[in-house]
Design a protein around this ligand. Structure first.
Ligand code: HEC
Length: 164
């Protein structure tokens, strides 16, 4: 009887301390070298959202085209891979877009990647323009019809990177 009581008391203490932990985890303070402590919750809030990732999309998608045109398929492949990695960050930080982003990856980015892997310019250029249309359709669907990606007429100015 006494043993059971002690066991119950122990379980009670463990579960109270667990729930306390989950409530205070976001308040855990982490020091930074900039003379300011940040809570886990502040750190979570400053992770890249879709807007930041999209600036990266514009940049990398531009390079993908001109790298492929210059037959630098390895660079095109690398940039598309990095673009997909960036998209995966947005799927985590902005879950409301995760479904559309995953679908975009499967239906557009993967076929574009296959064209790059097979070094097929005609296929690449067709897939690139289909992907561009989908980029802009998604902007309209998400309430940003004024964001229209348009491939710039000249290759990107990428300091320290040769396209050819
Ligand atoms: C899930 C739908 C979706 C897809 C797919 C998508 N975008 Fe976006 N994009 C957005 C949203 C939403 C914004 C506005 C950002 C925000 O709300 O924070 C945006 C913003 C942008 C911006 C403006 C960034 C700025 O602030 O200067 C660019 C450039 C851009 N997207 C390029 C692209 C390109 C290129 C593609 C295709 C390779 C693409 N996007 C695919 C949803 C999408």
């Amino acid at each position: 009887m006494k043993k059971n009581f002690l066991l119950l008391l122990l379980l009670g203490l463990i579960s109270t301390s667990c729930s306390d932990n989950s409530q205070t985890n976001s308040q855990i303070v982490v020091p930074t070298k900039h003379n300011k402590d940040l809570t886990l919750s502040q750190i979570a809030e400053i992770q890249a959202g879709l807007g930041t990732i999209m600036v990266e999309f514009g940049h990398r998608f531009h390079i993908v085209y001109y790298a492929a045109q210059a037959k630098n398929w390895d660079l095109a492949h690398y940039e598309l891979h990095e673009l997909i990695e960036a998209q995966e960050i947005a799927e985590t930080t902005r879950p409301k877009y995760a479904k559309q982003l995953k679908e975009f990856e499967e239906k557009y980015l993967e076929p574009l990647n296959k064209a790059i892997e097979s070094k097929n310019w005609d296929d690449f250029s067709e897939k690139y323009s289909q992907t561009t249309k989908r980029c802009n359709a998604c902007h309209a669907e998400t309430g940003h019809p004024y964001i229209q990606y348009k491939l710039p007429k000249s290759p990107p100015l990428v300091p320290s990177m040769e396209l050819k």
